[in-house]
Unconditional design. Structure first.
Lengths: 239, 239
DNA sequence: CGACACCTTGAAGAGGTTCAAGAAATGTGG
DNA sequence: CCACATTTCTTGAACCTCTTCAAGGTGTCG
């Protein structure tokens, strides 16, 4: 079991700088290792948690790609986000000690399970962790403001352009190409997130392709002209 | 100055149960009184904070009504929420120690200024406060999920119905009528929040009025048939 | 290799926007 | 306190973007 313990350690994890506070002393780093109770694999298509389930833990994504979505009684479904390695999910569950959305793996994934009791306990002692937890939650709030702006005031082309730029930027921060990407989600899931129908997503991709802005081969996307995408999002301001 | 100190005390505030943790012992209650550094009046139309300003504090609304909105370089504007007495604003500023939205009073208001340093300090010692801060942030995340659902998948009538039901419910929790309300915001602000044009807001109000669901006199609204509003939001499920 | 899920494209239609004009309410200054 | 300016709200008509419905094509996985 020693091997397991070492495997689980945050202090050894190459994603640490993405999901954990940086600049900790050795003492605090060791305390952080108590955060992760276990690792948990999540098969593609299965859920990490579902709306209605009791909330116990936050999850740091180690590998894989997730979507989160909320569902209404009358069967409406809204994708609220796509999450990749180094990001934390489960924050929605804190307020009522019950999850309010579903987290579904879009590819085989593995997460670090961080019991929330323990997060609160340690963050009372490690100021950097406390601050970090607050920042993670605030960042999510700011992200959602951006989505509201997108959904409330942008047209289809602008939404998809903003979506692609956001994906590329996050992938680049993880060391991937800043021009090539493989979408892990369907057109329908993109459409749900962006408030448009899958046909509109497809048509908009085709238009970008005709205009030479991106190359589209099913889920393989090459950004040919990121500047043009930025101009689509932000028509007034010429970069 | 003693009078001031007494005035400021959370332990005497009748909004305490809305904005502060409940069920505290006397010792913890006294500690909470250190949270509020000052009160600050905000005149109608002026801002409590603006995007770009340094973040220092969260604000609990004592009296009045606010909107928060984000603005893009190219002049797009999106209302991200309406806040009333007992609610906390400023969470967006934590992540980058800088506000990312504007908070503007829609009527003369007064807020309790809670320096965030002090919140973090006290919440390290008062577990109930720590838990409460986490819940406030989580609640905001869940609220925004709801807005995303609204913006992403509802039609104009459904959006406005959901909006009215939400307002009424929050007002009722504050002891106001569950049928009468006075809108503090313009049609344009409602439209911005709901992702529709002010003309559409106006037309949708008129349609509700023709259908006998609500009475509309400018900003004075009377909910005649809340059940009907619920059916508009949730067409499948018959209540 | 065949079944199934996913994607693309076309054509018709609906919901919401845009533009425009006038009415009602609100605020301001004399 | 009243008159005028300004803001806000309502309503109509034409238009446009996105949706809906439909069909066929492409890719993927057991």
């Amino acid at each position: 079991m020693l091997k397991d313990t070492i495997n689980i350690a945050c202090s050894n994890c190459n994603l640490r700088e993405l999901c954990m506070p940086i600049g900790l002393g050795a003492d605090d780093l060791v305390r952080l290792d108590d955060l992760v109770a276990a690792r948990r694999p999540v098969k593609r298509g299965s859920s990490l948690f579902r709306a209605g389930e009791k909330f116990t833990s936050l999850y740091a994504i180690r590998v894989g790609f997730f979507k989160t979505c909320v569902t209404t009684e009358d069967g409406r479904d809204q994708v609220t986000g796509f999450q990749m390695a180094g990001e934390v999910i489960g924050l929605d569950g804190i307020v009522n000690e019950q999850h309010t959305c579903n987290a579904i793996a879009l590819e085989d994934a593995e997460v670090c399970v961080m019991p929330f009791d323990r997060i609160e306990e340690i963050s009372r002692e490690v100021v950097a962790l406390q601050r970090h937890v607050h920042k993670i939650m605030s960042r999510e709030i700011v992200r959602e403001h951006g989505v509201m702006l997108l959904l409330g005031s942008m047209r289809a082309e602008e939404r998809l352009a903003a979506f692609l730029l956001n994906l590329i930027q996050r992938l680049q921060a993880r060391g991937f190409s800043r021009s090539d990407l493989v979408l892990r989600m369907t057109r329908e899931e993109i459409g749900s997130y962006l408030g448009m129908k899958l046909e509109t997503v497809s048509r908009t991709f085709s238009r970008f392709s005709e205009d030479g802005i991106v190359e589209v081969n099913q889920r393989h996307i090459v950004i040919r002209d990121a500047e043009a995408l930025r101009r689509v999002v932000n028509p007034q301001v010429c970069h």
